[in-house]
Design a protein around this ligand. Sequence first.
Ligand SMILES: [Zn+2]
Length: 550
Amino acid sequence: MTEIRISGGAVHDPANDVDGEVRDVCLKDGKVVEDVDPGARRIDARGMVVMAGGVDIHAHIAGPKVNAARKLSPEDRRDDPIERTGVLRSGSGGLVPSTFATGYRYSLLGYTTVVEAAAPPLAARHVLSELRDTPMIDKAFLILMGNNQVLFELIRESGGAVSAQLRDAVAWWLEATGAYGVKLVNPGGVELWKRDNGNVHSLDDEVAGLGVTPRQVLSAIGGAVDELGLPHPVHVHANNLGVPGNADTTLDTMRTLAGRRAHLAHLQFHCYGGKPDGLPRSRAPELIEYLSGHPELTADVGQVMFGPAVTMTADASVSAVLRDLDGGKWINHDTEVETGCGIVPYRYRASNYVHALQWGIGLELFLLGRDPWQVMLSTDHPNGGSFLSYPKLIRLLMDRAFREDQMGRANQRAIRRTALLDGLDREYTLNEIAIITRAGPARRLGLRDKGHLGIGADADVTIYHDRADREEMFATPRYVIKGGEVAVEEGDLRRSDDGVLYSSRAAFDPEVGGVLEPLFGERYTVVFEHYPVRDPALREPARIVEAAAR
Ligand SMILES: [Zn+2]
């Protein structure tokens, strides 16, 4: 394997308290090491910025909804072909790129680890197949557990408390699918949508006929994940996404989870004041204040970027609302007894009051958050915009003049209803960017070898020209090193890498199979013994992160 000395760069490694110090970083056998042989390849990084590879904690890159989105919008990809080269395979780009193109483009952006944030467990084979086909990045996926009828049965029996059976069931599901973590999406609400296009509106609404409430699902599953000690805490897409006034539900959700570790997905979509049938306003300052006071909670922002997007969510009722607004194409896809899904191509317009407010709320969260370790960068790709817009978002955070120029172009009534005009002059530093794009997500995911450059870390490194235009800087890294080998140089992909799959594992009593099997028999179309993914080509090799029971 190549030995590399990255010499003379300004290193931004906040996990190890390194803030722009000029020092060498040595790589050997896929790891950061103390020193390398004098004959090692030397990369002259003088005048450049050195960070760990980027880590995306919340994106949608694989599985049935992603594939359905590709089919729904062929026009989005028609004009963005990717040619085969001696090293690379062909593909198509657009908002929802093909698998190969997804890996290539993340790598060209300096990202080396990406989490698919919402996979139906029943579709684990599909998700694994696509992730295995996504090169250049290490990856993991979270499975949806917030609307599963079998789990509802266990939660009803426990009265919403964490039971040994629930813990075992959660661990069994991870084992059965190869997933890394647990996602809850609009707990209870998706089941009602599938039944009669209904929804829940508060955490104490009963999910009709099933004897559980969203609050019970949150505390039972969130508690089980916490007590199992999974490397990543429960990842929550709260109820009432996008609904004016949903800030109350979000606060209630945070209070229900508080005291336990939890991650709130795309918080921007959950920070709205106003009446449900009226225009939203921002309650971001209040929510970020609550989050700042609860270090056990973290969030990614889900920033909206003006321009095209594809909304894809397990929260299928949201897609119906968007489709009614937009009048365009729509897919609704139920996954029998465990989740749902909706897809609507979308466009965020700077002149539109709601879109400009959403844009402003995302920025409020970033700029008002006290601890960057709690507030991570995401656009909920491709829901708020493509991951390719991250460099522009970074510029919005780092460059106040640019931000004010962009604010001037957005709907002024909306901007006036945010805190952005209240002298919010914060500019993110390079170390803060390193926190929200790699160190923070890696720590929250429990990926100890990611997101930093300490001895023993994975040799995933991104080297940027230190340019005044931060968008250009972060869009075109000078080098990207993946697993100790140079993957990107001068904007070109130089080699292909399969990337590693991460799964997590927690011990469980195998007797839980005897509990689950009859419940499966009554509900699923899939026979219990056929449900777990056993195919080694899909499951192995994987890096397994063991739970540390609490
Ligand atoms: Zn998402």
